[in-house]
Every structure is written in structure tokens, then in C-alpha cells.
Design a protein around this ligand. Structure first.
Ligand code: SF4
Ligand code: SF4
Length: 136
């Protein structure tokens, strides 16, 4: 089943518009809200996973929200890990509940799978080297 994770940024005028309701009713999509920062009157951010429909329905749903004035980005751009500075201590893996960050035998080198990342930002605070950043 196709799945897409995206970040929605929308202006204050749209923070009270039921966009997710329209995605469910009109495009037959399932929506998993992974993260939300919405304050009435201020810019809103939503990290969502769209699934349940065909790839065509997902793309049609994304085009609908873009047409409403929402900026849409793929989720993978939101977390940046500076691999060159990493000391592979594993502290970030302890807080990564989606298993996007893993470290394992035989080499015990950190691995980051952007596809699994839900941009919870827990790793940003956990890293003693401060080499993981979120773009919002
Ligand atoms: S932001 Fe959250 S999900 Fe993504 S890598 Fe960091 S801890 Fe894991
Ligand atoms: S906490 Fe920081 S230094 Fe340690 S493994 Fe994770 S990214 Fe690397």
C-alpha cells in the first residue's frame, strides 16, 4: 500500500480550516498525524503520513492541500545529521522510537533511515555533540 510522509506549513488564515477532514472525505485517505504545532493566528506545522488510498489519490490529496495555500515538503528534509562529526556513541538511538537511528554489530556505526523518521526531534536534544538538527 502506498504511503507518503509530508510536512505541511500553512499561514495563520488556514490554521482553522479542516484540511485533514477533506483529505479523508474527498480523497479516501487515512491520515496519521505524527507531529503538530498549531496555534490559532500563527503559522501552523503538521507532519502527517498519508496512506490507505492509491498513489493517484495521495497525489491528488497533496495537490488539493497545495491549492489551498499550504506549503508541502517531503519529511526526509527535516532532520539533518552531520555524519562526519558523529562519535557513534548511540545516545540518539535510545530516544528514537521509530528506529530511524540504529547502531548495531559488527561495526557499531550509527545509521540513519530518513524514511522511518517522524521528526519528533528527540535525538536533537539527546546528541552530546549537537550534530543533529531539525529545520523547524
Ligand atoms: S527526529 Fe525522532 S524519529 Fe527522527 S531520527 Fe530523531 S529521534 Fe528518530
Ligand atoms: S548521539 Fe550524536 S554523536 Fe552520538 S551516535 Fe547519535 S548522532 Fe552520533
Amino acid at each position: 500500500m502506498p504511503k507518503t510522509r509530508i510536512v505541511l506549513s500553512f499561514p495563520p488564515s488556514l490554521t482553522e480550516v479542516p484540511l485533514t477532514y477533506h483529505l479523508v472525505k474527498e480523497f479516501d485517505l487515512a491520515i496519521n498525524i505524527l507531529k503538530a504545532k498549531i496555534t490559532p493566528g500563527e503559522e501552523g506545522k503538521l507532519v502527517i503520513e498519508l496512506s490507505n488510498g492509491s498513489e493517484a489519490n495521495i497525489q491528488a490529496g497533496i495537490q488539493y492541500i497545495i491549492s489551498q495555500g499550504v506549503h508541502v515538503e517531503p519529511i526526509g528534509k527535516e532532520i539533518v545529521w552531520n555524519e562526519a562529526e558523529c562519535i557513534h556513541c548511540g545516545a540518539c538511538t535510545a530516544v528514537c522510537r521509530s528506529k530511524a537511528l540504529t547502531i548495531a554489530a559488527p561495526d557499531w556505526q550509527l545509521s540513519f533511515d530518513k524514511e522511518q523518521c517522524i521528526v519528533c526531534e528527540s535525538c536533537v536534544k539527546a546528541c552530546p555533540m549537537q550534530i543533529i538538527q531539525a529545520t523547524f
